[in-house]
Design a protein around this ligand. Structure first.
Ligand SMILES: Cc1cc2nc3c(=O)[nH]c(=O)nc-3n(C[C@H](O)[C@H](O)[C@H](O)COP(=O)(O)OP(=O)(O)OC[C@H]3O[C@@H](n4cnc5c(N)ncnc54)[C@H](O)[C@@H]3O)c2cc1C
Length: 400
């Protein structure tokens, strides 16, 4: 998205643009949620990366080995050295199942799954098809994770899936989270906890997963609480890309990149910027965030090259549809200062309902995939969906 926006911004003789990625498979990650329930197939949500890039962008299918900030150079796995005037770090978050004892050991992809990778989402689909009753535990190991609402959506869709199959009375559904509620922000947390209760999904809070016995079927927390399961659906610990650790001065202890909240410049060096899941910003790790950031970031790359003052315009804006099953969804919209509140979106008379289930929201979630491929990735503007959080439709009286 940033490369395409930059290519639109600069003529061919004004800037060279290089994109490095380790593979040529771009996954539409929100689609992974639907794979375990047979509502999407992996082939439908993966496209070649090269085809998403405008002409005049050089694509390197390589692993980044290291960034040498002092020398303004990136080292690739084939020993190519790419010099740069401006670097944009956008290498996302890495799943680290090995950091939780036993999680990726015996039972992995047999009784213990994550829908956060295409392979495991696919294996989970096969397992769910055979599942005839028992105890299903959905657990996120620790924050931050990509799309913090995705495990909740999984639990809601699992409830719907088992009801459709007529076996819901034989399935116990448990949602175990390290948070002190269903979600991070108070108003949304209360609404989402209400939905879990309505759907007869048990909520276990302050559960810090420490160890998994994937054969015996037990998830144990650091303080000794045990949750038995027949099927465990986990969202493993997340960290930044491994090369960030190997690049002196770039990352924090988790491998995320310290980033200015408003300009997206990093303190590592003025010509290094970061966006998306790779940053340490106190907003969600979400595609919507990456999209809103990209607008400000593209402008700031141009300003950095021109030597002018940066735009401090990113306000932490994030939004996310939350699938709740039965062809319905909620929508949340928030930023650094405003928690998700009820109301309407994008204006007071807007068609989408905030923190309230509707079919229109569900259609919005489905519509998002074509918008992603045909408008977001190519770097086109979407009318009415700018980087700043809209305030008009929100019920601020309910703010905590
Ligand atoms: C199950 C699921 C559901 C989601 N649902 C939603 C949703 O409904 N709405 C929403 O807004 N967001 C959602 N998200 C989150 C969203 O997909 C991410 O926030 C978004 O993709 C982040 O974009 P990014 O460019 O920062 O990182 P990514 O899209 O993850 O891209 C990072 C890239 O860096 C590459 N890379 C990493 N390390 C290296 C290296 N060393 N060398 C070369 N290349 C490297 C990777 O191959 C990858 O292509 C969901 C995510 C998941 C997993």
């Amino acid at each position: 998205m940033v490369a395409n926006r930059l290519r639109r911004h600069f003529d061919a003789d004004e800037a060279e643009i290089h994109v490095v990625d380790r593979d040529d498979r771009h996954v539409y990650q929100p689609g992974l949620l639907f794979v375990p329930f047979g509502l999407a197939h992996v082939e439908e949500i993966v496209r070649p990366r090269r085809r998403q890039l405008r002409s005049g962008i050089d694509f390197h299918e390589n692993e980044v080995e290291e960034v040498w900030i002092e020398r303004d150079e990136v080292l690739l796995d084939d020993r190519t050295v790419l010099p740069y005037d401006v670097l944009v770090v956008a290498t996302g978050a890495r799943l680290q199942p090995d950091e939780t004892e036993g999680l990726s050991g015996p039972g992995w992809n047999e009784r213990v799954f994550t829908f956060y990778t295409p392979e495991s989402a696919e294996a989970l689909r096969t397992s769910l098809e055979r599942f005839d009753g028992g105890r299903v535990v959905v657990n996120l190991v620790d924050m931050p994770i990509k799309c913090p609402v995705a495990p909740l959506e999984f639990a809601f869709l699992a409830d719907w899936y088992f009801r459709e199959r007529g076996i819901r009375d034989r399935v116990e559904l448990v949602y175990a989270t390290p948070l002190d509620g269903a979600f991070t922000k108070p108003v949304a947390s209360q609404r989402l906890a209400g939905l879990l209760t309505e759907k007869e999904i048990e909520l276990v809070t302050e559960f810090n997963a420490g160890e998994v016995d994937g054969v015996g079927g037990t998830l144990t927390s650091y303080d000794g609480q045990k949750l038995d399961f027949d099927l465990l659906v986990t969202v493993p610990l997340h960290g930044g890309a491994a090369y960030v650790d190997r690049s002196p001065g770039l990352g924090d202890a988790l491998g995320f990149v310290p980033t200015d909240k408003h300009t997206l410049q990093t303190p590592a060096k003025p010509n290094v910027f970061a966006l998306g899941d790779a940053t340490d910003l106190p907003t969600s790790k979400a595609g919507s965030v990456t999209h809103f950031e990209a607008t400000v970031l593209t402008e700031n790359v141009a300003r950095c090259l021109a030597g002018t003052e940066l735009d401090a315009g990113y306000d932490g804006h994030a939004n996310c549809f939350i699938e709740t099953g039965f062809h319905k969804a909620l929508l949340i919209d928030f930023n650094y200062d405003t928690e998700p509140l009820p109301g309407r979106f994008p204006t007071a008379a807007g068609p989408l309902t905030l923190l309230h289930e509707s079919r229109v929201n569900h259609l919005g979630k489905l519509m998002f995939q074509p918008v992603y491929w045909h408008a977001l990735l190519p770097g086109r503007e979407i009318p009415g969906l700018g980087p700043a959080m809209p305030t008009a439709g929100k019920n601020f009286a309910l703010r905590t």
